[in-house]
Design a protein around this ligand. Structure first.
Ligand code: SF4
Length: 294
């Protein structure tokens, strides 16, 4: 198998078969991200892709889940994505394909084309929207707006493509977390992603956001503020959704499905918030600052 850049995938997809479709990220400009520093975006060599599929088929012919690796392979044209799906089907006929997409990867794909890609094998596209608060999106240079998120996710829904999203807490900075969560929920209440990953940012040395923190132009949210931000998001979200919050950056780990688990999860947050101590703050903050990836 060939892997020419770090493999980044959702926690729930760790057991997929990883096939390198692209290297790096077309954007590579989010101020908090260091995933693909030093790995300019490119499409993997088609010969390499076919060799990897052949190798996998020889060992795991009944593979059901392929994760197409790269920062945002969905940036590729519909033709290239279809070519990858057809090759995958040739060697692994039972497999469905998951991958990351940026919101702007969808701009030039119609709902019909996205539907064709779904029929061809793509499933469970993951969008790291991070937030739907325009102040946050602009500050961290995400490269799209809340309106773009709304329009393109509605297109995914029209195409019948199931999708998941990532919310990255803490990006709004001190004093702004709850308002940012409120704005994000207002957008998400118009959409129907079936799953959400809740995580909160670790501000990594070498990133622009870290430099802003050192300059004093960005003040980090406390751990308690991040708890309150998540609580606000959960409280305000109305549509049915599965939620996964179990990363090493979250104070409270849980998996749940809303609305049925909502009250139980809100009570967990209330308890954690009301008993959060200075020692807890110091412990979780030190753990976060020891991280070297988001
Ligand atoms: S967060 Fe995602 S879109 Fe932004 S630079 Fe990193 S990989 Fe690219």
């Amino acid at each position: 198998m060939h892997y020419n850049s770090p493999i980044v995938r959702p926690q729930t997809d760790a057991n997929d078969l990883f096939i390198e479709l692209t290297v790096g990220c077309t954007h590579n400009s989010c101020t908090f991200c260091n995933f693909y520093d030093g790995y300019p975006f490119r499409v993997a060599d088609w010969k390499q892709i076919e060799e990897d599929l052949q190798e996998a088929a020889a060992v795991y012919p009944h593979t059901t889940k392929v994760w197409a690796t790269g920062g945002n392979p969905f940036a590729l044209s519909v033709d290239k994505l279809k070519r990858f799906a057809d090759l995958t089907k040739e060697y692994l006929p039972e497999a469905r394909i998951g991958t990351y997409a940026r919101v702007n990867d969808l701009y030039h794909k119609s709902a019909e084309e996205i539907h064709i890609l779904h029929e061809a094998g793509y499933d469970n596209i993951v969008l790291g929207i991070e937030s739907a608060d325009d102040d946050v999106l602009s500050h961290v240079k995400k490269g799209y707006t809340a309106e773009d998120i709304l329009r393109e996710c509605k297109k995914l829904e029209e195409a019948g493509m199931p999708y998941r999203i990532i919310y990255l807490g803490g990006l709004a900075g001190a004093g702004n977390g709850e308002e940012s969560a409120r704005r994000t929920a207002a957008v998400l209440n118009q959409l129907h992603p079936y799953y959400m990953f809740l995580t909160t940012v670790a501000i990594l040395p070498g990133t622009k956001l870290h430099q802003e923190m050192l300059d004093g132009t960005f003040k980090e949210e406390t751990e308690l503020e991040r708890l309150k931000e998540f609580r606000r998001l959960i409280q305000d979200m109305k549509n049915p959704i599965g939620v996964f919050s179990a990363t090493s950056t979250d104070v409270l780990a849980f998996t749940a499905h809303f609305p049925e688990d909502k009250d139980k999860v809100l009570k967990k947050f209330d308890k954690a918030i009301s008993t959060f101590s200075a020692e807890d703050e110091a412990y979780f903050n030190a753990r976060r600052h020891a991280m070297r990836s988001v």
